[in-house]
Design a protein around this ligand. Sequence first.
Ligand code: F42
Length: 148
Amino acid sequence: MSLDGEYAPSPAQWVRDQVELYESSGGHQGTTLRDTGLPVVIVTNRGNKSGKIRKTPLMRVEHDGQYLLVASQGGAPKNPVWYYNLAADPDHVELQDGPDRFAVRVRELHGGERAEWWRRAVAAFPPYAEYQEKTERTIPVFLATRSD
Ligand code: F42
């Protein structure tokens, strides 16, 4: 499966630059968050209203071949738009982890399952804990599982 269609880059310059470098280098450059050295994956999906292709860099939270997608948005009060796009079409998503790119299905986690994965998320990227303290919302998370 491959998601085809018109690509609408992020309006945020640093985000679209990261996607461009990550993809044009075949997943060998631009693979960390700024100068943190912490790894990033790229999630590709469709906008649920426009139908356009959207690409979102997220921190890499991997365990046993599955990935957690954390809709933290830096602890902002509102969920990022990509959260709603994935919730609307969870079966048509791609994930790139370095040079590897594959189709995934995503599902939102709640309760104990979320708590277990949240610990892994904070271990991979400690600022997630501060982001959760900063916001009233429970930061939503999706588990991405390979579907190809
Ligand atoms: N964001 C996170 O939430 N978690 C992370 O772990 C994370 C890590 C990260 C690492 C590197 C990096 O470069 C960025 C990172 N980000 C992380 C930021 C992330 O990549 C996103 O930029 C951020 O979460 C904001 O996502 P967003 O989907 O809210 O993006 C906004 C700015 C956006 O693109 N808006 C579009 C626009 O044109 O204004 C809308 C896009 C859209 O999907 N539109 C829909 C459509 O149909 O096309 C319709 C929307 C509607 O319902 O009206």
